[in-house]
Design a protein around this ligand. Sequence first.
Ligand code: PXG
Length: 294
Amino acid sequence: MSDKPLQILIDGEFFSETDAKISVFDHGLLYGDGVFEGIRFYNDRVFRLDEHTARIFDSAKAIHLEIPATPEEINEMVTRTIRENDLHDGYVRLIITRGVGGLGLSPYRCEKASIIVIASTISLYPEEKYEKGLILATCATRRPTHDSLSPAVKSLNYLSNVMAKVEAIQAGAEEGVMLNTEGYVAECTGDNIFVVKDGIIYTPTVSSGSLYGITRKVVIELAREARYDLREVMMSRYDLYTADELFLTGTAAEVVPVAEYDQRVIGNGEPGPVTRELITAFRNLVETSGTPIY
Ligand code: PXG
């Protein structure tokens, strides 16, 4: 990455990173009222851009937030911000806040949602983790239930995930497994979970309390193309402890193996063949597909 300050797009205008600011009256700050996406681009192409845009429109619809742009305009904002920063591989954070309003919860006093695009670089885990695997621990904090805030909404309200991450780190782990209130496995704090057992690939159903992960969907497609039997199921910690292989998927993490969970060694403690095959297939796909930037 160069030392040039990043250019951030806020409501159609570029600001240098030190000048890129929003109002203290924005409900995104006051109440976590807004939605976001983390998007990757590789080799001058944005990976699964249309799917990220569709998901942010779905998240916005669910929280009654009107995005003041069309999906095509959002796509253009994302690619324009990458071009403005002359980046070729990296990460985009797309944020839509409720906008400026009064000191009261009602979103009806917010005039217009704000659209922010940050394009930067990212490396969540060092390359070594992709060869050795991560250490996971179960978090005390549960995923929100469908009768409170839908866990499918990618909202700016990530406090339970932040607390779960703290719990995982305090337990000496690198990522945390979040359960739903019934105790079934939902996902990690920022990644979906997959298990391999006796040649079959399993992942928790979205109704277990996970996000409709875009990397999850890509991996399901890749696994089915490779003729694996892939099943979306309710899953308990037991299923993870006794897995032959365990791996996580996310835009930031990509496909990353797990070596240990709650002090149990997973499989033989090394990334297994199915995980390796899917990592290779995923890396091939991201390098050769996506929306052209330039
Ligand atoms: N679950 C949750 C709760 C997420 O926030 C994923 C799964 C993976 O979904 P995608 O669509 O990316 O495959 C996410 C997305 C981070 C970080 O710093 C991660 C996300 C968002 C923001 C930050 O790890 N993950």
